[in-house]
Ligand binder design. Structure first.
Ligand code: INI
Length: 155
């Protein structure tokens, strides 16, 4: 039996981070978490490029353009959609989720889902560096792990 697992190390790989400005009091923390996770795994500053977009709805298009450029080994998507603030919650949350999932498959590239979908601001804050962890940190780690998994398994 053979089993593959990806380590949390990175050497010479490039990462694009997309971060939305909507709810930036949350998304700034997600960005801090993502950059922290990358640098703890050995990613250098010049291996990270950050792309700012207005809201979560714009993330899939930015991710597609970045994937098409072929300049990055993985893309990390960061956003915060909070139900209390809009009747559009379900539309925005569904579109960004579906869009990111489709792009992973279309480009065979790790495009990680660091999107908080929360019922209220308190829940979102909890997932951006407080007791429920930081979704930016964990989504960056999942991109690194997948890159190593695919590399180890030669797939
Ligand atoms: N964008 C978000 O990232 N989070 C939200 O909670 C949100 N709400 O509440 O509406 C939101 N809306 C903006 C949307 O993502 C687009 O930027 C906008 O509709 C322009 O296309």
């Amino acid at each position: 039996m053979k089993e593959y697992i990806g380590q949390l190390v990175s050497e010479g790989l490039k990462y694009g981070i997309i971060v939305s400005r909507f709810n930036n009091f949350i998304t700034d923390r997600l960005l801090d978490g993502a950059v922290d996770a990358l640098s703890r795994s050995g990613v250098k500053d010049d291996e990270i490029e950050i792309f700012r977009v207005p809201g979560a709805f714009e993330i899939p298009l930015a991710a597609k353009k970045i994937a098409v450029s072929k300049k990055y080994d993985a893309i990390i998507c960061l956003g915060a959609v909070i139900r209390g603030e809009t009747p559009h919650f379900d539309f925005v949350a569904n579109e960004v989720t579906k869009g990111i999932a489709q792009l992973n498959l279309e480009y065979s590239l790790p495009i990680s889902y660091g999107i908080i979908t929360a019922d209220n601001t308190d829940q979102a804050v909890e997932r951006a560096g407080n007791k429920m962890g930081n979704k930016g940190f964990s989504s960056a780690q999942s991109a690194i792990e997948l890159l190593n998994l695919f590399n180890n398994a030669n797939i």
